[in-house]
Design a protein around this ligand. Structure first.
Ligand SMILES: Nc1nc2c(c(=O)[nH]1)N[C@H]1C(S)=C(S)[C@@H](COP(=O)(O)OP(=O)(O)OC[C@H]3O[C@@H](n4cnc5c(N)ncnc54)[C@H](O)[C@@H]3O)O[C@H]1N2
Ligand code: MOO
Length: 418
């Protein structure tokens, strides 16, 4: 079977998500990282009344055209408890920030621009209509659609939704992502370990990434390199009604790489296997009933690269994120010379440093800061210490010609994703 392109692989993964998951209503404070399932409109005006923007006195501006002006203070309007009367000529109401402006008043004078004398106030600075008053509906009006379906929610959206009058939000259910490590050599991190064994490092890393991407991770542990053990664990994923089953390892061509065989026996429809990608070539995709399958290659860096490129977008598509298919790469400048690339799209582990660009590159602006991406010399996909030292994946398209330091390139920052 020939290798398919990264682009083709991603569109097949996204196409295999038929529609976003069901909608549920969740309390505002639990909505961070969730995706809005419906357009959200304001239930009220904000502010709901003309409101004082400063502490001071509500006045009729015409009374303060000539200053000093002495006005009688007839009451107080505080935030949460308005003054219910109406101002007559030469009257003022003591007012605090956020309080409703009383009827008859059309300006607020700053406390600092007045002297209080008993039940009178002397206004020392002239004012004008609407000064220091926020009109009703300044921020938004009831019925305004302010948050769109498909938005991934952060604290800014939560603040706005609360002000709009919502206590819960319609969001798509979190996908259940079952994670299954495979291999006789693996033990859970921290458990007693034999001389021929290593810790299953990709499992906790994948769990974290999945949760960060807005899904619920189900740790299925480690399957041994037998069809029986794989069958048992695949059944556990089915029992948990996993929306996605991620397998780690056993994706390649060796006699012990049984994942594809085990899944096929259980009725997997294979989407694709093997992508023109480095690291991550043996990536496998398919469906098992309603469960989306992603078979990530075993080398831990390959697993992580495939998770960034395919698993995170699949999770986002399942939660209806309008940006699921967005390219995560951004512009950078190459920090080292590179040889021509071969047929696989390369994701090189690289460090980033911010650097001023020469004016000639800044295209008109006076200064341009761009990340300079310097790939590490060692790119072995087993090396987690190099990955830890890397800020980004430097993307090199298939058959890219040799490139010199200073040329433009594209990078995917890892901190937000991993
Ligand atoms: N003859 C060929 N050999 C290999 C090919 C190939 O095309 N032909 N592809 C290579 C590539 S590329 C990769 S990537 C690896 C991945 O193959 P598998 O998915 O079958 O992975 P394993 O053989 O199971 O493991 C590879 C390596 O990774 C370690 N591993 C596995 N799972 C974990 C885990 N959860 N945490 C940490 N480390 C893990 C495992 O111990 C092995 O060292 O195949 C190449 N071979
Ligand atoms: O592509 Mo493998 O994923 O070389 O390590």
């Amino acid at each position: 079977m020939s290798l398919i392109s990264v682009e083709d692989a991603l569109s097949r993964v996204l196409a295999s998500v038929e529609k976003p998951l069901e909608t549920e209503h969740v309390a505002l404070t639990s909505c961070a990282g969730r995706t809005l399932a419906e357009d959200l409109s304001a239930l009220r005006d904000q502010p709901p009344f003309p409101a004082a923007a400063m502490d001071g006195y509500a006045v009729r501006s015409g009374d303060c055209a000539q200053v000093p002006a002495t006005l009688q203070v007839i009451g107080t309007s505080a935030a949460g408890s308005r003054f219910t009367g109406t101002l007559s000529p030469m009257e003022a109401v003591r007012i605090f920030t956020g309080a409703p402006v009383p009827d008859g008043a059309d300006a607020v004078v700053l406390q600092e621009d007045t002297d209080r004398v008993g039940d009178h106030v002397v206004v020392k600075e002239a004012t004008r209509p609407n000064r220091h008053i926020r009109p009703a509906g300044l921020d938004f009006r009831a019925g305004d659609v302010l948050l769109q379906a498909g938005l991934r929610l952060d604290s800014r959206h939560i603040a706005l939704a609360a002000a709009m009058g919502h206590g819960t939000l319609p969001v798509h259910r979190k996908p259940k992502v079952a994670i299954l490590a495979t291999g006789d050599e693996l033990v859970r991190a921290g458990e007693p370990i034999g001389p021929d064994q290593i810790a299953a490092s990709s499992s906790p890393a994948t769990i974290l990434m999945v949760e960060k991407a807005g899904a619920e991770a189900i740790d299925l542990g480690i399957a041994r390199d037998t069809l029986e053990s794989l069958d048992e664990h695949i059944q556990a994923a089915r029992d948990a009604s996993a929306d996605i089953l991620v397998t780690l390892g056993g994706a390649s061509v060796g006699e012990h790489d049984l994942v594809q065989k085990a899944l096929s026996r259980q009725g997997m429809e294979l989407g694709f296997w093997r992508v023109a990608l480095r690291p991550g070539k043996p990536l496998m995709h398919g469906r098992l009933g309603s469960t989306l399958l992603l078979g990530l290659p075993g080398n831990p860096v390959s697993s992580l690269v495939c998770a960034v490129l395919f698993l995170i977008p699949a999770i986002r598509a399942l939660v209806g994120d309008q940006r699921a298919a967005d390219d995560p790469a951004e512009d950078a400048i190459l920090g080292a010379d590179l040889p021509p690339n071969k047929e696989r799209q390369d994701y090189m582990r690289a460090s980033l440093a911010m650097q001023d660009m020469p004016l000639s590159l800044a295209q008109g602006s006076e200064r341009l800061m761009l990340p300079v991406a310097t790939p590490h010399l060692l790119q072995d996909s087993s090396m987690l210490s190099i990955l830890e030292r890397s800020d980004a994946l430097l993307v090199r398209p298939p058959h890219a010609p040799a490139a010199a330091a200073g040329e433009a390139c594209r990078v995917i920052r890892l901190e937000r994703l991993c």
